[in-house]
Design a protein. Structure first.
Ligand SMILES: CC(C)(COP(=O)(O)OP(=O)(O)OC[C@H]1O[C@@H](n2cnc3c(N)ncnc32)[C@H](O)[C@@H]1OP(=O)(O)O)[C@@H](O)C(=O)NCCC(=O)NCCS
Length: 155
């Protein structure tokens, strides 16, 4: 049985993180028309702006059988990325990473999600996030509608 553990990201994890990113990132667009064709994933080491964004973030990894199988990264009060290896999805890894990150962040947290990614929007709603607006975002120059979400204080 797989044993899961959450720990802080370390510099020496970068190779495994890049592999995880490449296997999971494209699924953010899976509900977009022709999503996989229109949004081919650029590997993180070659994606200058996302690599820079990641390097400015704090990150937690989920380790399963000694390998990173999930990552969440954030900067200040904004969650920048949440990625889970397709092989271990649906086992609570994404929710556990969100819960662990939220415990380290302040009460007011924001994120932006591809608006068609309804399953993950439901996950965020169950963690007290709500939609606060829509805007056009870009992945490698291709426009995509993003839903901005915020998590307010309790009560
Ligand atoms: C979104 C993602 C991180 C979820 O990871 P996961 O480990 O499979 O999620 P969990 O098993 O913790 O599921 C959490 C909730 O998400 C929802 N969910 C996750 N995958 C789902 C699916 N395929 N269909 C329907 N609901 C789903 C469920 O509501 C689930 O709720 P539950 O805890 O009450 O069962 C993962 O699918 C992923 O990496 N996707 C590609 C990248 C992405 O879209 N990231 C979000 C960027 S904002």
């Amino acid at each position: 049985m797989t044993h899961f553990d959450i720990r802080r990201y370390r510099r020496e994890d970068f190779h495994a993180l890049a592999a995880l990113y490449f296997s999971a990132k494209g699924d953010e667009f899976r509900f977009e028309p022709n999503g996989f064709e229109r949004f081919p994933v650029i590997p993180l080491p070659f994606d200058e702006s996302r690599l820079k964004a990641f390097s400015d973030c704090e990150a937690l990894l989920m380790i399963g059988d000694a390998e990173p199988v999930g990552v969440i990264y954030w900067r200040e009060s904004h969650i920048v990325g949440l990625l889970v290896d397709p092989a271990v999805r649906g086992k609570g890894v994404g929710r556990a990473l969100m819960t662990a990150a939220l415990a380290q962040m302040g009460e007011s947290v924001t994120l932006a999600v591809v608006a068609s990614n309804v399953p993950v929007i439901r996950l965020y709603q169950s963690l007290r996030f709500h939609g606060v607006g829509r805007r056009q975002g870009y992945y490698q120059g291709v426009a995509v509608t993003l839903l901005e979400m915020a998590r307010g204080p309790i009560g």
